[in-house]
Design a protein around this ligand. Sequence first.
Ligand code: M5T
Ligand code: MG
Length: 521
Amino acid sequence: MIASLYLIALVLQWLFTTVQTYYVEKFGQSVLEELRARIHKKIITANIDFFKDKKTGDLVSRIINDTGMVNDVLVSGLLGGIGSTLSLVGIIGAMLYLDVKLTLVVLLSVPVMVFVAKHFGGKIRTAYRQTRREIARISSVVEEGVSGIETVKAFGQERKVEEEFEEASKGAVRAYIKVAFYMGLFWPLMNISSLLSIVLVLAYGGYLAYMGAISVGTVVAFIQYTQRFRGPINEVVSMYDSLQSALAALERIYEVIDDPNMEVFDGIRVEKLEGHVRFENVWFWYEEGKPVLRNINIDIPPGTTIALVGKTGAGKTTMANLIMRFYDPKRGRILYDGLIGTGINKESLRSRISYVPQETYLFPGSVMENIKIAKPGSTDEEVVNVCRQLGIHEFIERLPKGYDTPAGEAGKLLSVGEKQLISIARAMLKNPDIVILDEALSSVDPKTESLVQHAILKLMEGRTSIIIAHRLTITRHADRIIVIDNGKIIEEGGFKDLLTRRGKFHELYSSQMTVKPMVER
Ligand code: M5T
Ligand code: MG
Protein backbone atom coordinates (compact mmCIF):
# COMPACT_ATOMS: atom_id res chain seq x y z
CA MET A 1 0.00 0.00 0.00
CA ILE A 2 2.84 2.35 0.85
CA ALA A 3 4.38 1.61 -2.52
CA SER A 4 1.17 2.52 -4.34
CA LEU A 5 0.75 5.66 -2.23
CA TYR A 6 4.28 6.61 -3.22
CA LEU A 7 3.43 6.03 -6.86
CA ILE A 8 0.34 8.20 -6.57
CA ALA A 9 2.43 10.91 -4.95
CA LEU A 10 4.83 10.75 -7.89
CA VAL A 11 2.05 11.07 -10.42
CA LEU A 12 0.56 13.98 -8.50
CA GLN A 13 3.95 15.64 -8.33
CA TRP A 14 4.35 15.33 -12.08
CA LEU A 15 0.87 16.74 -12.65
CA PHE A 16 1.28 19.67 -10.30
CA THR A 17 4.72 20.56 -11.57
CA THR A 18 3.41 20.69 -15.11
CA VAL A 19 0.45 22.85 -14.19
CA GLN A 20 2.60 25.05 -11.98
CA THR A 21 5.26 25.61 -14.64
CA TYR A 22 2.66 26.51 -17.22
CA TYR A 23 0.65 28.91 -15.10
CA VAL A 24 3.60 30.57 -13.41
CA GLU A 25 5.23 31.19 -16.78
CA LYS A 26 1.95 32.49 -18.15
CA PHE A 27 1.56 34.81 -15.20
CA GLY A 28 5.16 35.99 -15.52
CA GLN A 29 4.74 36.72 -19.21
CA SER A 30 1.57 38.69 -18.64
CA VAL A 31 3.30 40.81 -15.99
CA LEU A 32 6.21 41.27 -18.39
CA GLU A 33 3.87 42.34 -21.15
CA GLU A 34 2.18 44.86 -18.86
CA LEU A 35 5.49 46.31 -17.68
CA ARG A 36 6.84 46.61 -21.22
CA ALA A 37 3.64 48.24 -22.38
CA ARG A 38 3.73 50.74 -19.53
CA ILE A 39 7.28 51.88 -20.17
CA HIS A 40 6.72 52.03 -23.88
CA LYS A 41 3.54 54.03 -23.50
CA LYS A 42 5.35 56.37 -21.17
CA ILE A 43 8.17 56.87 -23.66
CA ILE A 44 5.88 57.45 -26.60
CA THR A 45 3.55 59.80 -24.75
CA ALA A 46 6.19 61.70 -22.77
CA ASN A 47 6.70 65.32 -23.64
CA ILE A 48 9.80 66.41 -25.52
CA ASP A 49 11.53 67.51 -22.30
CA PHE A 50 11.70 63.87 -21.26
CA PHE A 51 14.07 63.02 -24.08
CA LYS A 52 16.62 65.73 -23.35
CA ASP A 53 18.73 63.56 -21.06
CA LYS A 54 17.76 60.11 -22.32
CA LYS A 55 19.70 57.76 -24.52
CA THR A 56 17.89 55.50 -26.95
CA GLY A 57 20.01 52.48 -26.06
CA ASP A 58 19.38 52.99 -22.38
CA LEU A 59 15.61 53.16 -22.90
CA VAL A 60 15.71 50.06 -25.09
CA SER A 61 17.69 48.25 -22.41
CA ARG A 62 15.11 49.17 -19.80
CA ILE A 63 12.32 47.76 -21.96
CA ILE A 64 14.14 44.56 -22.90
CA ASN A 65 16.73 43.69 -20.25
CA ASP A 66 15.29 45.14 -17.08
CA THR A 67 11.78 43.87 -17.60
CA GLY A 68 13.27 40.49 -18.57
CA MET A 69 15.14 40.40 -15.29
CA VAL A 70 11.97 41.12 -13.35
CA ASN A 71 10.22 38.31 -15.18
CA ASP A 72 12.98 35.78 -14.52
CA VAL A 73 12.80 36.52 -10.84
CA LEU A 74 9.06 36.48 -10.77
CA VAL A 75 8.95 33.08 -12.43
CA SER A 76 11.84 31.35 -10.68
CA GLY A 77 11.06 33.19 -7.47
CA LEU A 78 7.43 32.17 -7.52
CA LEU A 79 8.18 28.60 -8.49
CA GLY A 80 10.88 28.21 -5.88
CA GLY A 81 9.28 30.45 -3.32
CA ILE A 82 5.85 28.86 -3.11
CA GLY A 83 7.28 25.33 -2.96
CA SER A 84 9.93 26.23 -0.43
CA THR A 85 7.58 28.08 1.85
CA LEU A 86 5.21 25.10 1.86
CA SER A 87 8.07 22.70 2.60
CA LEU A 88 9.29 24.94 5.41
CA VAL A 89 5.85 25.05 6.98
CA GLY A 90 5.60 21.26 6.70
CA ILE A 91 9.03 20.64 8.18
CA ILE A 92 8.57 23.06 11.04
CA GLY A 93 5.15 21.53 11.76
CA ALA A 94 6.66 18.04 11.90
CA MET A 95 9.47 19.24 14.19
CA LEU A 96 7.07 21.01 16.52
CA TYR A 97 5.06 17.81 16.71
CA LEU A 98 8.15 15.88 17.73
CA ASP A 99 9.64 18.31 20.23
CA VAL A 100 8.96 21.99 20.77
CA LYS A 101 12.16 22.95 22.61
CA LEU A 102 14.42 21.27 20.11
CA THR A 103 12.52 22.99 17.31
CA LEU A 104 13.16 26.37 18.90
CA VAL A 105 16.85 25.51 19.08
CA VAL A 106 16.88 24.70 15.37
CA LEU A 107 15.13 27.98 14.63
CA LEU A 108 17.81 29.90 16.54
CA SER A 109 19.77 30.07 13.30
CA VAL A 110 17.00 32.04 11.60
CA PRO A 111 17.73 35.42 13.27
CA VAL A 112 21.40 34.97 12.39
CA MET A 113 20.47 34.43 8.76
CA VAL A 114 18.16 37.43 8.76
CA PHE A 115 20.96 39.54 10.17
CA VAL A 116 23.41 38.35 7.50
CA ALA A 117 20.85 38.87 4.75
CA LYS A 118 20.06 42.38 5.95
CA HIS A 119 23.69 43.30 6.20
CA PHE A 120 24.55 42.15 2.68
CA GLY A 121 21.25 43.02 1.02
CA GLY A 122 22.02 46.71 0.49
CA LYS A 123 25.52 46.07 -0.83
CA ILE A 124 24.34 43.40 -3.23
CA ARG A 125 21.54 45.58 -4.50
CA THR A 126 23.91 48.50 -5.12
CA ALA A 127 26.18 46.19 -7.07
CA TYR A 128 23.23 44.90 -9.09
CA ARG A 129 22.14 48.45 -9.81
CA GLN A 130 25.57 49.04 -11.29
CA THR A 131 25.24 45.95 -13.50
CA ARG A 132 21.90 47.21 -14.84
CA ARG A 133 23.49 50.55 -15.69
CA GLU A 134 26.46 48.95 -17.43
CA ILE A 135 24.23 46.69 -19.50
CA ALA A 136 22.29 49.76 -20.59
CA ARG A 137 25.54 51.51 -21.46
CA ILE A 138 26.49 48.65 -23.77
CA SER A 139 23.28 49.02 -25.70
CA SER A 140 23.70 52.81 -25.85
CA VAL A 141 27.16 52.49 -27.36
CA VAL A 142 25.89 50.05 -29.98
CA GLU A 143 22.86 52.17 -30.79
CA GLU A 144 24.87 55.38 -31.14
CA GLY A 145 27.58 53.72 -33.19
CA VAL A 146 25.15 52.20 -35.65
CA SER A 147 22.87 55.19 -36.07
CA GLY A 148 25.83 57.49 -36.59
CA ILE A 149 27.79 55.02 -38.70
CA GLU A 150 28.49 57.47 -41.56
CA THR A 151 29.98 60.00 -39.18
CA VAL A 152 31.91 57.28 -37.39
CA LYS A 153 33.46 56.13 -40.64
CA ALA A 154 33.95 59.57 -42.14
CA PHE A 155 35.97 60.64 -39.13
CA GLY A 156 37.70 57.32 -38.69
CA GLN A 157 36.17 56.86 -35.28
CA GLU A 158 35.76 53.07 -35.49
CA ARG A 159 38.56 52.47 -33.03
CA LYS A 160 37.12 54.98 -30.56
CA VAL A 161 33.64 53.46 -30.71
CA GLU A 162 35.21 50.05 -30.26
CA GLU A 163 37.07 51.30 -27.22
CA GLU A 164 33.89 52.76 -25.75
CA PHE A 165 32.22 49.44 -26.29
CA GLU A 166 35.05 47.54 -24.64
CA GLU A 167 34.98 49.97 -21.75
CA ALA A 168 31.22 49.48 -21.29
CA SER A 169 31.56 45.74 -21.65
CA LYS A 170 34.39 45.64 -19.11
CA GLY A 171 32.32 47.85 -16.84
CA ALA A 172 29.59 45.25 -16.89
CA VAL A 173 32.10 42.54 -16.05
CA ARG A 174 33.48 44.62 -13.18
CA ALA A 175 29.99 45.20 -11.84
CA TYR A 176 29.15 41.49 -12.00
CA ILE A 177 32.41 40.60 -10.29
CA LYS A 178 31.46 42.91 -7.49
CA VAL A 179 28.16 41.10 -7.19
CA ALA A 180 30.03 37.79 -7.17
CA PHE A 181 32.35 39.08 -4.44
CA TYR A 182 29.50 39.94 -2.10
CA MET A 183 27.64 36.78 -2.97
CA GLY A 184 30.80 34.83 -2.26
CA LEU A 185 30.91 36.29 1.22
CA PHE A 186 27.20 35.98 1.73
CA TRP A 187 26.46 32.39 0.71
CA PRO A 188 28.98 30.55 2.93
CA LEU A 189 27.84 32.66 5.88
CA MET A 190 24.28 31.65 5.22
CA ASN A 191 25.29 28.02 4.83
CA ILE A 192 27.30 28.00 7.99
CA SER A 193 24.58 29.62 10.01
CA SER A 194 22.15 26.94 8.88
CA LEU A 195 24.69 24.20 9.56
CA LEU A 196 25.16 25.60 13.04
CA SER A 197 21.66 24.33 13.82
CA ILE A 198 22.92 20.79 13.32
CA VAL A 199 25.64 21.43 15.87
CA LEU A 200 22.99 22.72 18.24
CA VAL A 201 20.71 19.73 17.61
CA LEU A 202 23.61 17.35 18.23
CA ALA A 203 24.59 19.13 21.41
CA TYR A 204 21.22 19.88 22.96
CA GLY A 205 19.34 16.90 21.48
CA GLY A 206 22.23 14.62 22.46
CA TYR A 207 22.07 15.97 26.00
CA LEU A 208 18.27 15.48 26.18
CA ALA A 209 18.58 11.93 24.83
CA TYR A 210 21.39 11.17 27.24
CA MET A 211 19.18 12.40 30.09
CA GLY A 212 16.46 10.17 28.69
CA ALA A 213 14.06 13.11 27.99
CA ILE A 214 13.71 12.15 24.33
CA SER A 215 14.56 9.12 22.28
CA VAL A 216 17.68 8.82 20.13
CA GLY A 217 15.26 8.34 17.23
CA THR A 218 13.92 11.85 17.76
CA VAL A 219 17.44 13.29 17.61
CA VAL A 220 18.12 11.40 14.39
CA ALA A 221 14.82 12.61 12.97
CA PHE A 222 15.73 16.19 13.91
CA ILE A 223 19.08 15.96 12.22
CA GLN A 224 17.27 14.71 9.10
CA TYR A 225 14.76 17.54 9.29
CA THR A 226 17.40 20.15 9.88
CA GLN A 227 19.17 18.97 6.77
CA ARG A 228 15.95 19.03 4.77
CA PHE A 229 15.35 22.45 6.20
CA ARG A 230 18.45 23.78 4.47
CA GLY A 231 17.21 23.14 0.93
CA PRO A 232 14.13 25.37 1.14
CA ILE A 233 16.00 27.96 3.21
CA ASN A 234 18.67 28.15 0.53
CA GLU A 235 15.95 28.44 -2.05
CA VAL A 236 14.37 31.32 -0.17
CA VAL A 237 17.76 32.96 0.24
CA SER A 238 18.63 32.66 -3.44
CA MET A 239 15.22 34.08 -4.15
CA TYR A 240 16.33 36.93 -1.96
CA ASP A 241 19.39 37.36 -4.15
CA SER A 242 17.41 37.46 -7.38
CA LEU A 243 14.94 39.72 -5.67
CA GLN A 244 17.75 42.24 -5.14
CA SER A 245 18.59 42.08 -8.80
CA ALA A 246 14.93 42.39 -9.75
CA LEU A 247 14.47 45.34 -7.43
CA ALA A 248 17.44 47.06 -9.05
CA ALA A 249 15.80 46.43 -12.44
CA LEU A 250 12.40 47.54 -11.19
CA GLU A 251 13.88 50.79 -9.93
CA ARG A 252 15.07 51.52 -13.45
CA ILE A 253 11.70 50.64 -14.91
CA TYR A 254 9.81 52.87 -12.51
CA GLU A 255 12.29 55.69 -13.00
CA VAL A 256 10.87 55.91 -16.52
CA ILE A 257 7.25 55.17 -15.67
CA ASP A 258 7.20 57.71 -12.84
CA ASP A 259 9.02 60.42 -14.75
CA PRO A 260 6.90 63.54 -14.37
CA ASN A 261 7.42 64.67 -17.97
CA MET A 262 4.05 63.68 -19.28
CA GLU A 263 2.35 65.00 -22.34
CA VAL A 264 -1.05 66.19 -21.23
CA PHE A 265 -3.83 65.88 -23.77
CA ASP A 266 -6.57 67.76 -22.03
CA GLY A 267 -8.20 71.01 -23.11
CA ILE A 268 -10.78 71.72 -25.71
CA ARG A 269 -10.61 69.84 -28.98
CA VAL A 270 -10.47 71.79 -32.18
CA GLU A 271 -11.95 70.21 -35.30
CA LYS A 272 -11.05 72.86 -37.80
CA LEU A 273 -9.06 76.06 -37.55
CA GLU A 274 -9.36 79.23 -39.50
CA GLY A 275 -5.66 79.56 -39.04
CA HIS A 276 -5.22 82.76 -37.10
CA VAL A 277 -1.98 82.42 -35.13
CA ARG A 278 -0.81 85.07 -32.72
CA PHE A 279 2.28 85.29 -30.51
CA GLU A 280 1.74 87.58 -27.52
CA ASN A 281 4.83 88.59 -25.53
CA VAL A 282 6.26 85.11 -25.86
CA TRP A 283 9.36 84.22 -23.93
CA PHE A 284 11.00 80.86 -24.07
CA TRP A 285 14.10 79.08 -22.84
CA TYR A 286 15.27 75.48 -22.82
CA GLU A 287 17.57 76.16 -19.92
CA GLU A 288 16.79 78.47 -17.05
CA GLY A 289 18.56 81.80 -17.48
CA LYS A 290 19.28 81.38 -21.18
CA PRO A 291 16.31 82.86 -23.03
CA VAL A 292 16.03 81.69 -26.63
CA LEU A 293 12.98 83.78 -27.51
CA ARG A 294 12.54 87.24 -25.99
CA ASN A 295 9.20 88.96 -26.04
CA ILE A 296 8.00 87.84 -29.45
CA ASN A 297 4.85 89.45 -30.85
CA ILE A 298 3.57 88.26 -34.19
CA ASP A 299 0.12 88.27 -35.70
CA ILE A 300 -0.50 85.91 -38.60
CA PRO A 301 -3.95 86.45 -40.13
CA PRO A 302 -5.70 83.35 -41.56
CA GLY A 303 -4.45 82.24 -44.94
CA THR A 304 -1.34 84.41 -44.98
CA THR A 305 2.26 83.41 -45.24
CA ILE A 306 5.03 84.65 -43.06
CA ALA A 307 8.67 83.89 -43.56
CA LEU A 308 10.99 83.61 -40.59
CA VAL A 309 14.56 84.38 -41.40
CA GLY A 310 17.66 84.84 -39.33
CA LYS A 311 21.08 83.55 -38.56
CA THR A 312 21.64 80.02 -37.36
CA GLY A 313 20.68 79.62 -33.73
CA ALA A 314 18.41 82.67 -33.85
CA GLY A 315 15.43 80.70 -32.54
CA LYS A 316 13.45 79.90 -35.69
CA THR A 317 13.01 76.16 -35.10
CA THR A 318 12.15 76.97 -31.52
CA MET A 319 9.23 79.08 -32.73
CA ALA A 320 8.02 76.15 -34.81
CA ASN A 321 8.34 73.91 -31.73
CA LEU A 322 6.15 76.31 -29.80
CA ILE A 323 3.47 76.50 -32.47
CA MET A 324 3.38 72.68 -32.51
CA ARG A 325 3.18 72.79 -28.72
CA PHE A 326 6.19 70.50 -28.33
CA TYR A 327 6.93 73.11 -25.69
CA ASP A 328 4.80 75.87 -24.23
CA PRO A 329 5.91 79.48 -23.79
CA LYS A 330 7.56 80.25 -20.44
CA ARG A 331 5.94 83.66 -20.49
CA GLY A 332 3.27 85.15 -22.72
CA ARG A 333 1.00 83.04 -24.89
CA ILE A 334 0.18 81.82 -28.35
CA LEU A 335 -3.38 82.11 -29.61
CA TYR A 336 -4.97 79.99 -32.31
CA ASP A 337 -8.17 81.56 -33.69
CA GLY A 338 -8.20 83.55 -30.45
CA LEU A 339 -8.00 80.43 -28.26
CA ILE A 340 -5.12 80.25 -25.83
CA GLY A 341 -2.77 77.46 -26.93
CA THR A 342 -2.34 75.89 -23.52
CA GLY A 343 -6.12 75.38 -23.30
CA ILE A 344 -6.32 73.38 -26.54
CA ASN A 345 -6.01 69.62 -26.72
CA LYS A 346 -2.58 69.01 -28.22
CA GLU A 347 -3.58 66.02 -30.29
CA SER A 348 -6.42 67.87 -31.97
CA LEU A 349 -4.27 70.96 -32.48
CA ARG A 350 -1.48 68.96 -34.10
CA SER A 351 -3.96 67.19 -36.33
CA ARG A 352 -4.73 70.59 -37.90
CA ILE A 353 -1.09 71.56 -38.47
CA SER A 354 1.37 70.10 -40.94
CA TYR A 355 4.92 70.41 -39.81
CA VAL A 356 7.68 69.81 -42.29
CA PRO A 357 10.69 69.59 -39.98
CA GLN A 358 14.19 70.70 -40.80
CA GLU A 359 15.29 67.08 -40.99
CA THR A 360 12.90 64.61 -42.55
CA TYR A 361 12.43 61.40 -40.67
CA LEU A 362 11.29 58.47 -42.74
CA PHE A 363 10.19 55.15 -41.33
CA PRO A 364 11.28 51.85 -42.83
CA GLY A 365 8.75 51.04 -45.56
CA SER A 366 7.97 52.30 -49.03
CA VAL A 367 7.61 55.88 -50.21
CA MET A 368 3.87 55.30 -50.44
CA GLU A 369 3.64 54.08 -46.85
CA ASN A 370 5.74 56.96 -45.67
CA ILE A 371 3.41 59.51 -47.21
CA LYS A 372 0.36 57.70 -45.88
CA ILE A 373 1.37 58.07 -42.23
CA ALA A 374 0.08 61.63 -42.44
CA LYS A 375 -3.42 60.31 -42.83
CA PRO A 376 -4.03 56.78 -41.63
CA GLY A 377 -6.49 54.90 -43.80
CA SER A 378 -5.83 56.95 -46.92
CA THR A 379 -5.84 55.23 -50.29
CA ASP A 380 -3.13 55.02 -52.94
CA GLU A 381 -5.27 57.22 -55.19
CA GLU A 382 -5.38 59.97 -52.60
CA VAL A 383 -1.61 59.91 -52.31
CA VAL A 384 -1.15 59.97 -56.08
CA ASN A 385 -3.64 62.85 -56.35
CA VAL A 386 -1.80 64.85 -53.75
CA CYS A 387 1.50 64.25 -55.52
CA ARG A 388 -0.06 65.29 -58.82
CA GLN A 389 -1.27 68.53 -57.26
CA LEU A 390 2.18 69.18 -55.90
CA GLY A 391 3.70 68.44 -59.29
CA ILE A 392 5.93 65.67 -57.99
CA HIS A 393 4.07 62.62 -59.28
CA GLU A 394 6.36 62.12 -62.27
CA PHE A 395 9.37 62.60 -60.06
CA ILE A 396 8.26 59.81 -57.72
CA GLU A 397 7.35 57.55 -60.64
CA ARG A 398 10.91 57.89 -61.85
CA LEU A 399 12.31 56.47 -58.60
CA PRO A 400 13.62 52.87 -59.01
CA LYS A 401 10.31 51.31 -57.97
CA GLY A 402 8.10 54.38 -58.09
CA TYR A 403 5.86 54.68 -55.07
CA ASP A 404 7.03 51.26 -53.88
CA THR A 405 10.66 52.32 -53.57
CA PRO A 406 11.83 51.37 -50.09
CA ALA A 407 12.91 54.29 -47.92
CA GLY A 408 15.21 52.16 -45.81
CA GLU A 409 15.94 52.54 -42.14
CA ALA A 410 15.53 56.26 -41.32
CA GLY A 411 15.27 56.98 -45.04
CA LYS A 412 18.87 55.95 -45.67
CA LEU A 413 18.07 54.75 -49.18
CA LEU A 414 16.83 58.13 -50.43
CA SER A 415 18.49 61.42 -51.28
CA VAL A 416 17.90 64.59 -49.27
CA GLY A 417 15.82 66.15 -52.05
CA GLU A 418 13.69 63.03 -52.38
CA LYS A 419 13.09 62.99 -48.66
CA GLN A 420 12.08 66.63 -48.71
CA LEU A 421 9.52 65.99 -51.40
CA ILE A 422 8.06 63.06 -49.45
CA SER A 423 7.87 65.27 -46.41
CA ILE A 424 5.96 67.92 -48.36
CA ALA A 425 3.60 65.29 -49.80
CA ARG A 426 2.94 64.09 -46.26
CA ALA A 427 2.11 67.60 -45.14
CA MET A 428 -0.27 68.06 -48.06
CA LEU A 429 -2.06 64.73 -47.58
CA LYS A 430 -2.95 65.80 -44.06
CA ASN A 431 -4.89 68.73 -45.54
CA PRO A 432 -4.01 71.01 -42.63
CA ASP A 433 -5.19 74.49 -41.71
CA ILE A 434 -1.71 75.63 -40.78
CA VAL A 435 1.58 74.73 -42.42
CA ILE A 436 4.96 75.07 -40.79
CA LEU A 437 7.89 74.51 -43.04
CA ASP A 438 11.39 74.37 -41.67
CA GLU A 439 13.02 74.39 -45.02
CA ALA A 440 16.31 72.53 -44.84
CA LEU A 441 19.50 74.09 -45.98
CA SER A 442 20.19 71.40 -48.50
CA SER A 443 21.65 72.02 -51.87
CA VAL A 444 19.57 70.08 -54.31
CA ASP A 445 20.18 70.60 -57.99
CA PRO A 446 18.41 73.62 -59.57
CA LYS A 447 15.80 71.45 -61.26
CA THR A 448 14.87 69.69 -58.02
CA GLU A 449 15.02 73.01 -56.23
CA SER A 450 12.38 74.50 -58.46
CA LEU A 451 10.35 71.31 -58.04
CA VAL A 452 10.61 71.62 -54.27
CA GLN A 453 9.78 75.31 -54.37
CA HIS A 454 6.78 74.76 -56.59
CA ALA A 455 5.53 72.01 -54.26
CA ILE A 456 6.02 74.23 -51.22
CA LEU A 457 4.02 77.05 -52.79
CA LYS A 458 1.28 74.60 -53.72
CA LEU A 459 1.18 73.33 -50.13
CA MET A 460 0.94 76.84 -48.70
CA GLU A 461 -1.86 77.91 -51.03
CA GLY A 462 -4.87 79.13 -49.07
CA ARG A 463 -3.39 78.11 -45.74
CA THR A 464 -1.80 79.97 -42.89
CA SER A 465 1.85 79.24 -43.45
CA ILE A 466 4.96 79.82 -41.49
CA ILE A 467 8.01 79.17 -43.54
CA ILE A 468 11.43 79.15 -42.04
CA ALA A 469 13.49 80.09 -45.01
CA HIS A 470 17.15 79.30 -45.33
CA ARG A 471 17.17 79.99 -49.03
CA LEU A 472 15.81 83.51 -49.13
CA THR A 473 14.50 83.43 -52.70
CA ILE A 474 11.28 81.85 -51.45
CA THR A 475 10.63 84.80 -49.13
CA ARG A 476 9.43 86.85 -52.09
CA HIS A 477 6.25 84.78 -51.95
CA ALA A 478 5.61 85.59 -48.31
CA ASP A 479 3.11 88.22 -47.22
CA ARG A 480 5.43 89.28 -44.47
CA ILE A 481 9.00 88.58 -43.50
CA ILE A 482 10.17 88.52 -39.92
CA VAL A 483 13.85 88.76 -39.19
CA ILE A 484 14.93 87.19 -35.93
CA ASP A 485 18.22 87.67 -34.25
CA ASN A 486 19.21 86.23 -30.92
CA GLY A 487 15.59 85.49 -30.04
CA LYS A 488 14.27 88.96 -30.86
CA ILE A 489 12.39 90.36 -33.83
CA ILE A 490 14.69 92.93 -35.31
CA GLU A 491 12.91 93.70 -38.52
CA GLU A 492 9.64 92.94 -40.25
CA GLY A 493 7.74 93.85 -43.35
CA GLY A 494 7.02 92.87 -46.95
CA PHE A 495 9.72 91.60 -49.29
CA LYS A 496 10.09 94.74 -51.43
CA ASP A 497 9.65 96.97 -48.44
CA LEU A 498 12.47 95.28 -46.54
CA LEU A 499 14.80 95.29 -49.52
CA THR A 500 14.32 99.00 -50.10
CA ARG A 501 14.81 99.66 -46.40
CA ARG A 502 18.32 98.26 -46.79
CA GLY A 503 18.41 96.90 -43.25
CA LYS A 504 19.22 93.49 -41.83
CA PHE A 505 17.12 91.56 -44.35
CA HIS A 506 18.72 93.32 -47.23
CA GLU A 507 22.10 92.44 -45.80
CA LEU A 508 21.21 88.75 -45.42
CA TYR A 509 19.59 88.64 -48.84
CA SER A 510 22.35 90.29 -50.77
CA SER A 511 25.01 88.21 -49.05
CA GLN A 512 23.18 85.08 -50.09
CA MET A 513 22.62 86.31 -53.62
CA THR A 514 26.30 87.00 -54.17
CA VAL A 515 27.70 84.03 -52.33
CA LYS A 516 25.27 81.46 -53.62
CA PRO A 517 26.48 81.18 -57.21
CA MET A 518 30.02 80.58 -56.01
CA VAL A 519 29.00 77.91 -53.55
CA GLU A 520 26.43 76.02 -55.53
CA ARG A 521 27.57 76.17 -59.09
C1 M5T B 1 17.92 78.42 -30.85
C2 M5T B 1 18.96 76.16 -28.46
C3 M5T B 1 20.05 76.17 -29.52
C4 M5T B 1 20.12 77.62 -29.93
C5 M5T B 1 18.75 78.18 -29.61
C6 M5T B 1 15.84 73.11 -30.89
C7 M5T B 1 16.68 73.43 -29.65
C8 M5T B 1 17.45 74.58 -29.60
N1 M5T B 1 18.20 74.89 -28.48
C9 M5T B 1 18.19 74.07 -27.37
O1 M5T B 1 18.84 74.35 -26.37
N2 M5T B 1 17.42 72.92 -27.40
C10 M5T B 1 16.66 72.56 -28.48
O2 M5T B 1 15.98 71.52 -28.47
O3 M5T B 1 18.11 77.22 -28.80
O4 M5T B 1 17.86 77.25 -31.62
P1 M5T B 1 16.93 77.05 -32.91
O5 M5T B 1 15.58 77.56 -32.62
O6 M5T B 1 17.02 75.63 -33.31
O7 M5T B 1 17.64 77.98 -33.98
P2 M5T B 1 17.34 78.16 -35.55
O8 M5T B 1 16.32 77.20 -35.98
O9 M5T B 1 17.05 79.59 -35.77
O10 M5T B 1 18.74 77.81 -36.22
P3 M5T B 1 19.06 77.10 -37.63
O11 M5T B 1 20.47 76.65 -37.52
O12 M5T B 1 18.12 75.97 -37.83
O13 M5T B 1 18.96 78.15 -38.68
O14 M5T B 1 21.03 78.32 -29.10
O15 M5T B 1 21.26 75.74 -28.97
MG1 MG C 1 16.42 75.50 -37.15
